[in-house]
Write a protein that binds this ligand. Structure first.
Ligand SMILES: [Zn+2]
Length: 764
């Protein structure tokens, strides 16, 4: 997956900051009450602390435009797209549940408000009681909540709270039709939700297991040690965790009972899927199913409807298997469906649904639910297909020996799409999936997708306060083409490269122990993946970031290849030189100028896989003398200077050495060596020549809001034709899109409330 962090150009100045402080003064006070440690800190730091957890009123809202691509589809393709799209959005309700214990409750409240009346009507009824700025802050919070599928940032994993205080939010809620029409219900929702909406303390600021943060992948009483023992037991039983959550109860004797609950619409035991209670290491474990059983039937129904409009048998088999998986809780059926998806090359409508990324699970093994639908752009896809055709040649340019590469490179489908909708907590610009099913990737291959219209919308006007004017101009001119090359390399040759050494149940190794040499030791290979082990289970929480780092480093390393540049249409040497420079500068800026925002100073845990990856690469660049980062204006500005003349020499060599280690440790399942190295390069220092923990305040001071995408809906008109419904690129338009997203809003609000009530005792 490739995430891109971009910011709108704004004039961040003292005036804006003062206005911000004024609007949020009361919030600052309430924040101080709940977060005692901040009281001891400097005033400016307090503002930073607060700003970090509030979405700014000037958060840009941008349309995800796909209208041209939609016009090119046939009626049948549109019907397939429509039903798949509906399935994706119904599935997105699962993402809310995966975000935080309170998110389904907040969903019921906010969705109730915005489906009861238009934003304009709510604005009118509350305008005498609150200011325009306060109303805007409320709307920004609500947009953020829906676009992040919960009250934690999809990119960054931090909690966010409204930019108005509780009493003002109450005024708005009590002015709403939702409240006036159902006062008892609305009052009870608000009373139940308000504390968790505003509560901000060290144990709920970001994701983590007990004592480190909040998660719904495990009940609130589960510690890191509990997560490890669950991994161990599941490995022994040969279960992968992607579609599960773990709930722990402790009986009177003090014995722990772990319920590992699989996602399925069916409930009750089923042979081959659930497991009765089993004792292991003094604790009891069982596998049940039925998680999200109230939501999955909607997803299954729409997938079944999509099946009627499938373009081929492969698409039908994909949908049947994925539906079966959602129905029964059978992970292998989802893998089987994914296999048919991988084999369905360059379809007009490209779509996928299910448990995709493990970034948010503190243990790094459980998948977050996403669903997305898109339309292929055949002309631009051809460029990426050319990269695929040449991929094997480019693999030779990577720093590891051929024995560390798969026996046969399975050429992926690499396409350029325009996205209709991407449901879930964030919208990436590139995908390489299925990323979590290693075996499937090795046997059947995978698909790389560039999400073209997402990429375009995220490449708005940008600013780079830590660069010289000259560098800033170069960035603005070359970032899009440089990023396009990096994205292609990251997905195809980054995630697509490298072999995992493993042994099967019969003791057979998948490599020749006699001849394969470890290039780091020049000795034999001494470790590999045991049966039941995957990269995710072995590399745990660090795994996703480590893999992103490997993919990013591959992209940097291969940018020098002129054949790669030619595929992307670049043949002029001066242009190529600028593209390489800007490609490396993009990485340095992302790592040194932005990444630490995603590092939690209280827990010292990184919240975003890509940010940690880019930061680690930046540290390599600093170590080898390629990159200079200094505090140019104390407390206000950093200076990021990349030595252009050193990129092809020391820079390239340092990245190559780092990449070789990343790959060898991954291939040989050497978690310990990987962890030591990765911890070292992603450590955030309090002092010394590069005190990034201190510089984090400067990064936050210069941070610009992350944009919110308004996504279209589809609907069936009176003639039975599918129509595209687009919205204005503003707060009102965004919320209207959510108002019209589901056909049974009230029922869903009730379901989400019930799901909240059902499990809330696990998170107290
Ligand atoms: Zn990636």
């Amino acid at each position: 997956m490739f995430e891109f962090q971009t910011f709108r150009q704004t004039t961040t100045n003292i005036m804006l900051m003062l206005a911000f402080i004024k609007v949020n003064k009361r919030v600052i006070n309430s924040f101080k009450r709940v977060s005692s440690f901040t009281v001891r800190r400097r005033y400016s730091t307090r503002i930073m602390d607060l700003k970090e957890f509030i979405l700014e009123n000037d958060t840009p809202i941008v349309n995800l435009d796909c209208s041209q691509a939609f016009q090119k589809l046939t009626d049948k393709e549109r019907k397939y797209l429509h039903n798949y799209n509906k399935a994706s959005w119904y599935g997105s309700l699962i993402s809310f549940i995966q975000s935080s214990p309170e998110s389904p409750l907040i969903f019921s409240l906010l969705h109730g408000i915005f489906t009861s009346e238009t934003v304009e009507s709510l604005r009118t009824s509350s305008k005498d009681k609150i200011t325009e700025n306060e109303f805007a802050a409320f709307l920004v919070y609500c947009c953020g909540f829906f676009s992040n599928a919960g009250n934690y940032k999809g990119f960054g994993d931090n909690k966010f709270i409204p930019g108005i205080d509780e009493s003002k939010m109450e005024v708005i809620i009590k002015s709403s039709k939702f409240y006036t029409q159902n006062p008892l219900k609305a009052e009870s929702l608000w009373n139940e939700a308000k504390t968790s909406i505003f509560l901000l303390n060290d144990s709920n600021k970001s994701f983590g297991l007990k004592g480190q943060g909040i998660t719904t992948y495990f009940s609130g009483n589960c510690t890191k040690e509990d997560a490890s023992i669950v991994t161990e037991w599941m490995k022994m039983k040969k279960y992968e965790a992607y579609i599960s959550r773990t709930f722990k109860t402790v009986d009177e004797s003090g014995k722990s009972h772990f319920e590992i609950r699989l996602a399925s619409s069916e409930i009750g035991d089923k042979e081959g899927i659930t497991l009765a209670e089993d004792d292991f290491n003094g604790a009891a474990f069982k596998i049940t199913r039925g998680d999200y059983s109230e939501i999955l039937p909607f997803v299954i129904n729409y997938l079944n409807d999509a099946c009627n409009f499938a373009a081929n048998d492969g698409q039908k088999k994909m949908l049947e298997n994925i539906s079966k998986s959602f129905k029964e809780g059978d992970l292998s059926a989802h893998k089987e469906g994914s296999k048919f998806w991988v084999l369905d090359r360059v379809p007009a409508v490209e779509a996928y649904i299910g448990w995709m990324f493990t970034y948010k699970d503190p243990a790094g093994e459980r998948g977050e639910f996403f669903g997305w639908t898109s339309m292929i752009n055949r002309v631009l896809s051809e460029r990426f297909q050319n990269l695929v055709q040449e991929a094997e040649n480019f693999l030779n340019g990577l720093p590891w020996p051929a024995t560390f590469e798969k026996d046969k490179f399975s050429k992926p489908d690499f396409s350029y799409v325009d996205v209709l909708a991407f449901s879930g907590s964030s919208v990436p610009v590139g995908l390489s999936i299925p990323i979590t099913y290693e075996e499937l990737r090795h046997k059947e291959g995978f698909k790389n997708i560039t999400l073209g219209n997402v990429l375009k919308s995220r490449f708005g006007i940008d600013d780079y306060p830590f660069l010289s004017q000259e560098d800033s101009d170069l960035m603005i001119k070359y970032k899009e083409p440089a990023f396009e090359v990096q994205l292609g390399l990251h997905e195809l040759l980054g995630h697509g490269s490298g072999k995992l050494f493993s042994i099967d149940e019969n003791g057979k190794l998948n490599f020749d122990k006699e001849s394969v040499i470890n290039p780091l030791t020049n000795g034999p290979i001494t470790s590999w993946y045991e049966p039941g082990e995957t990269f995710d289970s072995k590399f745990k929480a660090m795994g996703s970031s480590y893999e992103e780092c490997r993919a990013e480093a591959v992209a940097l390393h291969l940018m020098f290849n002129r054949d790669v540049m030619k595929i992307f249409g670049h043949t002029d040497e001066t242009e190529i030189d600028n593209l390489i420079y800007v490609g490396w500068l993009l990485m340095a800026y992302a790592g040194a100028g932005r990444a630490v925002e995603m590092w939690n100073p209280a827990t010292k845990i990184w919240g975003q896989a890509h940010s940690r990856a880019r930061y680690a690469i930046t540290k390599i660049m600093i170590e080898c003398g390629l990159l200079e980062v200094t505090e140019s204006e104390p407390g206000k500005k950093l200076s990021i200077k990349l030595h252009r003349d050193k990129i092809e020499t020391v820079g390239r060599q340092a990245i190559s050495d780092f990449l070789l280690k990343l790959q060898v440790y991954k291939s040989t399942a050497d978690y310990e060596a990987a962890n030591n190295m990765y911890e070292k390069y992603s450590s955030v220092d309090e002092d010394g020549p590069h005190p990034f923990a201190k510089w984090r305040d400067i990064v936050l001071l210069n941070r610009k809001p992350r944009l919110i995408l308004t996504q279209s809906n589809t609907e069936i008109d009176a003639d039975g034709k599918v129509q595209l419904k687009t919205y204005d690129a503003n707060l009102d338009g965004f919320l209207q899109s959510w108002r019209e997203r589901f056909d049974n809003a009230e029922e869903l609000q009730e379901i989400m409330l019930n799901l909240y009530n059902k499990d809330k005792h696990y998170f107290i």
